[in-house]
Write a protein that binds this ligand. Structure first.
Ligand SMILES: CC(C)(COP(=O)(O)OP(=O)(O)OC[C@H]1O[C@@H](n2cnc3c(N)ncnc32)[C@H](O)[C@@H]1OP(=O)(O)O)[C@@H](O)C(=O)NCCC(=O)NCCS
Length: 176
């Protein structure tokens, strides 16, 4: 039976009023939190986009419950961070966010997406591998844990199968 009180999840782009909540989610997810001011500065950087997932009901809170930030430069992009509120995990939100970001980057004609992930982060590794990312390298001393210790990261890459443009054929069509 349809549950009228269930709250669908919607993904859209982060607004400045969301940054305080993103700080909370980031702080609950990583040893070193990105502040609301840092989120604002990052999102003002050219090529950077943050998608948030919210409850979709008109009567429910519209606070973000997860987010992903990506940065595009020419035909490459990287996932800078992603996190789902600890109480909302394992419900498909991480997958929703990653799919939204990848759809956006595909539409922007990105050919390859990179990210760094802690090799001990089973949840993130499983999510990325299911999306098609493959390990292409390792970066020593990448993560700070807030206690003067540093850990290495794996570099993952996803190739996006963009249709090849044939400039001569395209131009011929335009002028004929
Ligand atoms: C990684 C993270 C974003 C996943 O979000 P989520 O909403 O829980 O993920 P989903 O429910 O969409 O799960 C998608 C897939 O991820 C994998 N996954 C998620 N949680 C997992 C866990 N605890 N252990 C193993 N695999 C897990 C599963 O393969 C899952 O697919 P399935 O549902 O078919 O089994 C979330 O765990 C998180 O915020 N972690 C802390 C921050 C972080 O590590 N960010 C990534 C930095 S690189």
């Amino acid at each position: 039976m349809l549950n009228l009180w269930s709250t669908p999840r919607v993904v859209d782009q982060a607004k400045p009023r969301d940054y305080e909540v993103l700080e909370d989610i980031h702080g609950a997810s990583f040893p070193v939190a990105w502040s609301a001011d840092e989120q604002a500065a990052l999102n003002d950087t050219p090529g950077v986009t943050t998608f948030v997932v919210r409850r979709g009901s008109a009567t429910a809170s519209r606070r973000p419950i997860g987010f992903i930030t990506v940065r595009q430069a020419a035909d490459e992009a990287e996932v800078l961070t992603m996190a789902v509120h600890p109480k909302q995990r394992k419900g498909g939100l991480g997958r929703m966010l990653l799919n939204a970001a990848l759809r956006h980057l595909y539409a922007e004609r990105v050919g390859a997406v990179f990210l760094e992930v802690d090799p001990a982060n089973e949840a993130a590794l499983a999510l990325y591998k299911k999306a098609g990312f493959q390990t292409v390298g390792e970066r020593p001393d990448y993560y700070a844990n807030g206690q003067n210790e540093r850990r290495s990261a794996l570099t993952l890459r996803l190739d996006m199968d963009q249709p090849t443009l044939r400039p001569s054929a395209t131009i011929a069509r335009m002028v004929s």
